[in-house]
Design a protein around this ligand. Structure first.
Ligand SMILES: CC(C)=CCC/C(C)=C/CC/C(C)=C/CC/C(C)=C/CC/C(C)=C/CC/C(C)=C/CC/C(C)=C/COP(=O)(O)OP(=O)(O)O
Ligand code: 1GP
Ligand code: MG
Length: 242
């Protein structure tokens, strides 16, 4: 299998499943066979090795890429198709920018399969979200700040992707477009509050990859439809590939 950063370039739609929430086997089968490009396993609270391993093992029964987004060092599950490492660029605590990552790299050292690892430069914008509270993110910003974070992610930190995160809330298109303005090749992820076709279309035009999370648990049929909503929409100004 090619490097994770290469595979990510093909992702238009991804589901994010939370190990701390339950999903029946028939629902999981529908999610994994709906035509999404990857399933990300991750969340902010109640994440353990046991619940992550259980969900990842279930997903690997299906022919879809299964990638773990690591938010807790002790929950890393060997055997996933890849590992996404969040770096919260607008956190006011260095813990979520370098320290948690440093500790984990110290712990796992030689075991880390770097070809299957990619950093995600997060900018967290929903003030009331769990992730904003956990990471003490500075969510108040102007669009120019977001453009600057995007440039910082791509040109200073050489990150393969910038993630505009509105977890739990539908975000502002102008902010996603501001992030796009700062990027050339790095991928632009959007996630947050997608529940209707028109929302998915707007964000699919602005971003490269659209992440659908909570909708899976709120309205499974709509979540399954979101694959089509995203994939039938063309992106504007996609990141340039080599
Ligand atoms: C043996 C083997 C194969 C080993 C693998 C080696 C490997 C890959 C090691 C990992 C090395 C490494 C650098 C790990 C990182 C460790 C770590 C803890 C980093 C910190 C990450 C971070 C900044 C977390 C903060 C929280 C965050 C950004 C979470 C992302 C997910 C998210 C926002 C989910 C949405 O949350 P949800 O719970 O759904 O929210 P709602 O309930 O509101 O919907
Ligand atoms: O759960 P929702 O609001 O869809 O957000 C998706 C994802 O961006 C969460 O990390
Ligand atoms: Mg969630």
């Amino acid at each position: 299998m090619s490097m994770l950063t290469e595979r990510m370039k093909t992702w238009r739609h991804v589901f994010k499943l939370d190990p701390n929430r339950s999903l029946s086997e028939s629902a999981l089968e529908k999610v994994c066979t709906a035509g999404t490009d990857a399933v990300i396993v991750g969340g902010t609270d109640g994440i353990t090795y046991e619940n992550s391993r259980e969900l990842i093992q279930r997903i690997t029964e299906y022919p879809v890429q299964c990638v773990q987004e690591i938010s807790v060092e002790s929950a890393v599950v060997p055997g996933a198709d890849g590992y996404l490492i969040p770096v919260v660029l607008n956190s006011s605590s260095h813990r979520w920018v370098v320290e948690a990552q440093h500790q984990a790299i110290r712990k796992y050292g030689d075991w880390i399969p770097w070809q299957d690892v990619a950093a995600l430069g997060y900018v967290v914008l929903h003030r009331e979200s769990k992730v904003a509270r956990l990471t003490e993110s500075r969510t108040e910003m102007e669009s120019a700040d977001l453009t600057a974070y995007a440039r910082l992610a791509e040109f200073l930190f050489r990150m393969p992707a910038l993630y505009v995160e509105y977890s739990g809330m539908y975000g502002e298109e102008r902010m996603v477009r501001a992030a796009r303005q700062g990027l050339e090749k790095s991928r632009l992820f959007y996630g947050g509050g997608i529940s209707r076709e028109e929302q998915a279309q707007v964000m699919s035009r602005a971003a490269d990859t659209v992440v659908v999370g909570n909708l899976v648990y709120q309205d499974l049929e709509a979540a399954l439809q979101s694959v089509r909503w995203v994939k039938e929409t063309e992106t504007n100004g996609a990141s340039q590939d080599d």
